[in-house]
Design a protein around this ligand. Sequence first.
Ligand code: NIG
Ligand code: FE
Length: 406
Amino acid sequence: MIIIKNIRQLIGIAPSETLRKVGSEMNDVQSINDAFLTIDDGIIKDFGESSRCPLPSGKDEIIDARGGMVMPAFCDSHTHICYAGPREREFIDKINGLSYEEIAARGGGILNSADLLHQTSEDDLYSQTMERVNEMIAKGTEAIEIKSGYGLDTQDELKMLRVIRRVKETTPAVIKSTFLGAHAVGRKYSGRQDEYVDLVCREMIPAVASECLADYIDVFCDEGFFTTEQTSRILQAGAEYGLVPKIHANELACSGGVQVGVAHDALSVDHLERTTEAEIEVLKGKKTMPTMLPGASFFLGMPYGRAKDYIEAGLGIALASDYNPGSSPSGDMRFVMALGCVKMRLTPEQAFNACTINAAYAMGVSQSMGSITKGKRASLVVTKPLPSLAFIPYSYQTPYIERIII
Ligand code: NIG
Ligand code: FE
């Protein structure tokens, strides 16, 4: 057993039946001051006030938190970290005034990453992806969803998903994989978008399913990418193989993507930089988690999602990094939390819940991650002594992690 003692604040406690937080619950972060926590076989066994801290036996390992906080590790429910190299040249194009859509329309963007991925070996892709996973773990993230979508033909999509599977098997972090064949139309299918959708439905999905390579299915349902009709077809084809949707919607326009996602029982609908009342209305009472990616808004200079309006309407929201080479080259969930507070006016408690329990829900792991709960994985961050939870997004660059428990 591991005993963590001298915890000044144990933060993010939730009962096991809480799988997500909605509306006013998002302001609630339960904590115990002056606490201990015990871990048995990687699982949280017990916690409480220090007066109840068990006396160690010879076999127990003691971790002295020395007055720091202990909190659940971040979950990052939306990333594209399986990519074959950065795209900093497009960053310069953007500085010089080109938009994300203009770069994509010139054959850059996602297609650039697909060309590079095609030339990259599986081993190299694996090392690059693992490097990013390790970078994220060091910043306090211990569950990561990773999408395909830079293959854009059957062989290369499978190559990506096999690499993600290898990552899943070799990292101590929890990994979920998502098939995103419909991220863009592959170069060979340029101008033949419907044929590409046929390929996704008839060839890619069955191939992915036959090797059990994906937990989820995603489509970039947005202006200039895939229509709502095409998205419906793809999600339908995925459903035949039990693939649950998590989709990209409303990044570039009010695309109707949220409505399609909800109609197909999506676990999450992600981006949502553009929202009208219709999107908020359709999400009410549904199991779909609206997920916002403020790192992409920051990097592309887009509007930030209307997180407050969602919460006021009684919905929960999750925040994720969208870590990818084009629109969000960072997997730092603390920065995401800070953007949530500064740019979306979330309280630190709302941002914290959005990056932990709700993010865990949005990737289907909230039974075992995202809060301090007996029986959940001991995926924890021990901090240096901090004045309060608000300090984390406030002083967003000050090193605060003392130790990662994974
Ligand atoms: O979530 N919006 C679509 N896909 C990614 C960007 C991928 C890329 O540019 O490489 C996103 O922002
Ligand atoms: Fe994305």
